[in-house]
Design a protein. Structure first.
Length: 317
């Protein structure tokens, strides 16, 4: 009789466990279904507006297409044509010139401003707002403003040079000065990067500074041995984002110079746009776009590989 009671009890326990498992499984399926329903708009947007156009552009890159007529398959001819295209190499050089000068200058300046905005001063919030505002000015308005600043006849830049007793410059009309002008312009919008650096600075534990000060560290030692190492993940993030952004400079060059003078400001994306919507060479423009994608991917991969040597994460041993 006792054996029979134990068997009945065991059977009831198994039935109860099985019922609990079924309810949990049903609940998990419902949660999964609800989760997919919640992200369905993003999935559809990604498929229709990102992945779909990318696949189509890859198809167009091996075709000759002017939008009006049907695409004609030409294989890798568009990519082979790039190698002999002088304007392709010129636009790549202009973009690389801009990237390798503007990005380091932007990162250093944003970090310095963030250090200043991290000080506990009266009215510091107003200063932060003032320095951040230029970064949210629309690109077109920003370009028009700088066209006035660097106007060779009545621009503010030449007025400052005359006040200092220096000769006037033609700025955007001079092939030697046009790219440096765009680099100067890039410094105007460092507010976004500054805010990210400021958030990183405020996330550094104060106990680290206190411990270093007890050991006799000065301001420079605190910055070099505490602030900078703890800030390397933020520097790494800003560096990647700024390089990606710099390779896609377009609007300001399109409005201010159109690629001139003498193709001195013919940046890569501007040349891509000219081929696609100026000459209706959609296949060639798609090939340019995929080359740009591979270049950015290569730079990003290289940064992640090199970043292991200098980026410090608190979670790592």
């Amino acid at each position: 009789m006792q054996i029979l009671n134990r068997e009945v009890t065991s059977l009831r326990h198994r039935r109860s466990s099985f019922g609990l498992w079924r309810r949990r499984s049903a609940l998990a399926r419902e949660e999964m279904r609800d989760g997919y329903l919640m992200i369905l708009p993003w999935i559809l947007g990604f498929l229709f507006f990102t992945a779909g156009p990318m696949v189509f552009s890859l198809y167009i890159s091996v075709n000759e297409w002017d939008i009006i007529r049907k695409p004609v398959f030409i294989g890798l001819r568009n990519f082979r044509e790039l190698l002999g295209d002088k304007l392709f190499w010129k636009s790549l050089y202009n973009t690389a010139y801009y990237t390798f000068i503007a990005v380091p200058a932007h990162i250093v300046a944003a970090l310095l401003f963030a250090l200043g905005m991290n000080l506990k001063l009266r009215g510091i919030r107003w200063y932060r707002t003032i320095y951040y505002l230029p970064s949210i000015v629309p690109t077109v308005a920003n370009a028009l403003l700088w066209m006035w600043v660097f106007n060779p006849e009545y621009g503010l830049a030449n007025s400052v040079l005359e006040f200092l007793g220096l000769p006037r410059q033609t700025w955007l009309l001079d092939p030697a000065l046009a790219k440096p002008v765009f680099i100067i312009m890039s410094m105007w919008g460092l507010g976004g990067t500054m805010i990210i650096f400021l958030a990183g600075l405020q996330g550094i534990p104060q106990v680290l500074y206190e411990a270093a000060q007890i050991d006799g560290a000065g301001r420079w030692a605190l910055f070099w041995h505490v602030t900078l190492p703890m800030l390397t993940p933020v520097i790494f993030f800003n560096l990647i984002m700024q390089i990606i952004w710099s390779f896609q400079i377009f609007t300001s060059a399109y409005i201010m110079t159109g690629g001139g003078p003498l193709n001195a400001t013919l940046f890569y994306v501007l040349y891509l746009w000219q081929n696609g919507w100026g000459y209706f060479r959609m296949g060639y423009a798609s090939a340019l776009a995929w080359v740009l994608f591979l270049i950015i991917m290569a730079f990003t991969w290289f940064q992640f590989r090199v970043g292991r040597l200098w980026v410090f994460y608190e979670t790592e041993s």
